[in-house]
Ligand binder design. Structure first.
Ligand code: ADP
Length: 404
C-alpha cells in the first residue's frame, strides 16, 4: 500500500507522520523541536516505542535529514514503506489556493508571496517544502489551512473597512484549521445518528446545519451548511475569534492603538502580546487546559476567570452561528480540549438550552476515543465529539491528487 509522509513545518519545529491513507494507519511519526536554537530535540515514535535524541538542529534541512536518518535506524525504512508522496500542511493559501495542489516552482513562489499575510507561518512552510523537495524525490502536495473557507459568503468574508484599502492589501476573512473543520464536518455528516436524524425528518444532506468547535491550543469555530462553510471565527490571521491557549481572540482594535500610544509598545510587541502572551496564559499563567482545570479545582480565582471568559466566548459564538445557520442540528467538539475536556463541553452547552442543546452527563464523561453523540438519547439537536485527524486528511487529499 502506498504511504504518504505528512509534514507540518512550524517556525522552530517539524512535525511528521508516515500514514497509510487507505487504512488510516500511522506507521511512524514524531516531532523535531527547537530548530535553530541551542538545544534541539527529536522524538520518533514507531509501534508504540519512542526513540528520542537531544542535539542542536541548525535548520529545517538538518531537521528533515535527522528524521530521514531515524526512519532508517528505528524504522520503518522509507525505501521499503514505498512513499508515494509528501503532503505539506500550509497555513495560508490566500485566495489563490482553493484546494490542494501538486507543488512546483510556481506554487513555492506563490506560497512565498503570501508571507506578508502570514508572517508567522508561511516562511516555515516554504522552507519545509523546499528542503523536502531536495531530499525526497516524489510528488509533493500542499494542503492549505484556508482552503475550506475560500468559498465563505461575501457577507461573512468581508471586513467593514475602506474597500479599496482592503482590496489592495488582501484584507478579508480567510479562516484557518480548515482541514480539521472539513474532516470533522464530513465525519459528522456521515455519522449514522446524523443520517438517521435527517432521514426521519425527510431532509436532504445539503440542509444539515452544523457548528464545529475545534478547541486545541489554537481554537476556532465554524458554521457549516451541508458541505459548505458559511462562517468561521478566525480571520485575516489565526488571531481572531475564540479565546485560545496564548491568543486573545476577538478584541476591540482600539486596544492596539491604545497600547502603542500609551504603553509605547511597538507593533511587534503588540503582535507578541496578543499571539503569545494572551488567552488562557495571559489571564491565568497557564495555557494548557489540564493545568487550568487543576488550578480551577484548587480555587485559583485567575484560573476561574480565564475559564469563564473562555466559555462565555464559546457560548456567544455558538449562539451567533445558530443565528447565521437559521438553527442548529449538530454541535460538534474536536481537538485536544474538545475531545477530552468533558467539563468544557458541559460548560459550553450550559445556558444554551433555549437552542435545544444539552449533554447527557454519562455520555459526556465516558472516556471513549470514537466519534459519538453525547446529547440525551431522544433529543435533537445532537451534541457530538468527533476526533479530528488533520494528518490523515492531508494524506488522503495528497494521494487523491497524485494517484487518483
Ligand atoms: P494543537 O493546537 O497544538 O494541535 P491539541 O489539539 O493537541 O493542540 O490540544 C491541546 C490542548 O488540549 C491543550 O490545552 C491540552 O491541555 C488539551 N488537552 C489534551 N488532553 C486533555 C485532557 N485529557 N483533558 C483536558 N484537556 C486536554
Amino acid at each position: 500500500m502506498p504511504t504518504v509522509l505528512v509534514l507540518n513545518s512550524g517556525s522552530s519545529s517539524l512535525k511528521y507522520q508516515l500514514v497509510d491513507p487507505g487504512s488510516g494507519e500511522v506507521l511512524a511519526g514524531g516531532v523535531v523541536e527547537r530548530i535553530g536554537e541551542g538545544t534541539g530535540r527529536v522524538a520518533h515514535e514507531v509501534a508504540g516505542e519512542e526513540v528520542s535524541r537531544e542535539q542542536p538542529v541548525a535548520d529545517h534541512g538538518a531537521a528533515l535529514r535527522l528524521v530521514l536518518d531515524l526512519f532508517e535506524e528505528a524504522g520503518p525504512s522509507l525505501r521499503e514503506a514505498g512513499i508515494a508522496a509528501v503532503g505539506h500542511r500550509v497555513v495560508h493559501g490566500g485566495t489563490s489556493f482553493t484546494a490542494p495542489v501538486v507543488v512546483d516552482d510556481d506554487v513555492v513562489e506563490a506560497v512565498r508571496g503570501l508571507v506578508p499575510l502570514a508572517p508567522l507561518h508561511n516562511p516555515a512552510n516554504v522552507t519545509g517544502i523546499e528542503v523536502a523537495r531536495e531530499l525526497l524525490d516524489v510528488p509533493h502536495v500542499a494542503v492549505f489551512d484556508t482552503a475550506f473557507f475560500t468559498d465563505l459568503p461575501p457577507a461573512a468574508a468581508t471586513y467593514a473597512i475602506d474597500a479599496g484599502t482592503a482590496a489592495e492589501h488582501g484584507v478579508r476573512r480567510y479562516g484557518f484549521h480548515g482541514t480539521s473543520h472539513q474532516f470533522v464536518s464530513s465525519a459528522v455528516a456521515e455519522h449514522p445518528a446524523v443520517t438517521a436524524m435527517l432521514a426521519a425528518a425527510g431532509r436532504e444532506p445539503g440542509t444539515l446545519r452544523q457548528v464545529v468547535l475545534h478547541l486545541g491550543n489554537g481554537a476556532s469555530a465554524s458554521a457549516v451548511l451541508g458541505e459548505r462553510a458559511v462562517e468561521t471565527s478566525m480571520g485575516l490571521t489565526p488571531l481572531e475569534g475564540l479565546v485560545m491557549g496564548t491568543r486573545s481572540g476577538d478584541l476591540d482594535p482600539g486596544i492596539i492603538f491604545h497600547l502603542v500610544r500609551s504603553a509605547h509598545l511597538s507593533v511587534d510587541d503588540v503582535d507578541t502580546l496578543l499571539n503569545k502572551r494572551s488567552g488562557l496564559l495571559g489571564l491565568s499563567g497557564v495555557n494548557d487546559m489540564r493545568e487550568l482545570t487543576r488550578l480551577v479545582g484548587d480555587g485559583d480565582p485567575d484560573a476561574r476567570l480565564a475559564l469563564d471568559v473562555y466559555l462565555h466566548r464559546l457560548r456567544k459564538y455558538v449562539g451567533a452561528y445558530a443565528a447565521v445557520l437559521g438553527g442548529i442540528d449538530v454541535l460538534a467538539f474536536t481537538a485536544g480540549v474538545g475531545e477530552n475536556a468533558a467539563h468544557v463541553r458541559a460548560g459550553v452547552v450550559e445556558g444554551l438550552e433555549f437552542l435545544g442543546l444539552a449533554v447527557d452527563r454519562e455520555r459526556n464523561e465516558a472516556g471513549s476515543r470514537a466519534s459519538r453523540v453525547i446529547s440525551p438519547a431522544a433529543g435533537t439537536p445532537l451534541v457530538m465529539v468527533v476526533p479530528t485527524n488533520e494528518e490523515l486528511a492531508i494524506a488522503r487529499q495528497t494521494i487523491a491528487l497524485v494517484a487518483p
